[in-house]
Ligand binder design. Structure first.
Ligand code: GDP
Ligand code: MN
Length: 356
């Protein structure tokens, strides 16, 4: 029940049965864009920007996913923006809705409790936690069920969608994001040839009330499945005391260039199922960003995670703007001095310290 783009009958469609796609020096990769029909203007803006700055020359396919059927208007306005193959998929209900075994009373309590945080943290009066004012862009999302569905889908299901089966690498794109610079090489090929599994541009601290018991679950998982932990891991990105406490650091997942075979592999499959069974996607509001980041940090070698310093990127309210030669070579439309990189709530320093 996925619909494939009907506006570009000449475009090569991705293989749906795992037969190899012809690669011609390219990687087996695609863009992935989860969106609602209402997100259309922001989607058009992001796609146009990516096409202008990168994909016009590379023609990687676009896969759009939605929990409701995309409208004809959506498909038409998106398809016109690119010569690359475009497909539009419907997410199976079982990959999206709150599972039956979740205790709805407990989940509702969790949502109410989290909305209470709005009063403590988001009431508008500046307090000790003033930094957190910036980390929550929309306080209403704290109590939202669809937002939880989205986080769980991005954590454990997107890479299982039939339209993504042919592909290994993906680049996640969201509405209203900006790619500031020309990207004059192929990041997918680069990931593959350097044996990377996860690439990011911005890292930051999670809002603690959304993940109060996540780390306890992670520690339980580590003690039950020690053989799945990579010896050369990056625990020091996640914890400042060798794993006792979570420092809330994560890679911001609205930008991801990563290897879906990593998510499809044994370690992550076990990890997601373990976390899912805890119910924390609904009883709390575990985000796909901390879940992906913790997994990449524990199951991949630290040198398999890559900071794309040369890719200028913005998702409200933060941006990464390259500097120096990278800024000029990329003709970046951003201010180098306006970068989240080394500000107070950034975790980039911790990432860099992994390699000191
Ligand atoms: P934020 O970045 O954490 O504020 O979350 P967003 O609202 O940007 O949502 C993250 C991504 O999921 C975006 O690509 C949204 O378009 C998409 N998204 C969020 N909620 C839904 C939903 O209920 N249905 C669908 N189809 N997409 C959603
Ligand atoms: Mn977003």
């Amino acid at each position: 029940n996925s619909t494939v783009n009907s506006y570009r009958p000449t475009a090569t469609q991705p293989s749906l049965n795992n037969t190899p796609v012809s690669l011609d020096g390219k990687a087996n990769a695609t863009f992935v864009f989860l969106a609602r029909n209402d997100d259309l203007d922001g989607v058009v803006s992001s796609v146009q920007n990516m096409e202008d700055r990168f994909n016009r020359k590379y023609h990687y396919p676009w896969v759009f996913l939605n929990d409701e059927p995309f409208t004809e208007d959506f498909k038409q306005r998106v398809s016109i923006l690119t010569d690359a193959p475009v497909s539009f998929g419907l997410i199976p209900r079982t990959h999206w809705v709150q599972p039956d075994w979740i205790d709805e009373d407990r989940a509702r309590m969790g949502r109410l409790k989290m909305m209470g945080q709005r009063i403590i943290y988001g009431g508008g009066t500046y307090s000790r936690v003033v930094g957190m004012q910036f980390l929550i862009s929309d306080w209403d999302l704290l109590g939202s069920v669809p937002y939880r569905n989205m986080c769980r889908f991005n954590s454990g299901f997107f890479f299982k969608h039939e339209l993504l089966q042919p592909y290994r690498y993906y680049w996640r794109v969201e509405p209203n994001v900006k790619f500031f610079c020309d990207i004059q090489y192929d990041p997918f090929v680069w990931m593959e040839s350097h044996d990377k599994v996860y690439g990011f541009t911005i890292s930051l601290e999670e809002h603690e009330p959304t993940v109060p018991t996540l780390w306890a679950s992670v520690k339980e998982f580590m003690s039950q499945y020690p053989h799945l932990i990579e010896p050369d891991n990056s625990m020091n990105f996640l914890s400042d005391d060798k794993g006792e406490k979570y420092n809330l650091c994560h890679y911001w997942s609205n930008f991801e260039i990563a290897d879906m075979d990593f998510w499809r592999g044994q370690a992550y499959t076990q990890f997601f199922e373990f976390l899912d069974a805890k119910g924390g996607f609904y009883y709390e509001r575990w985000g796909d960003a901390p879940v992906h980041s913790i997994a990449a940090s524990l199951f991949a070698r630290r040198d398999q995670i890559h900071f794309f310093r040369d890719i200028g990127y913005r998702h409200e309210n933060f941006q990464h703007c390259p500097s120096g030669a990278q800024w000029s070579a990329g003709r970046c439309a951003c201010d180098s001095s306006d970068s989240f990189d080394y500000t107070d709530h950034s975790c980039l320093r911790r990432f860099e310290n992994l390699f000191q």
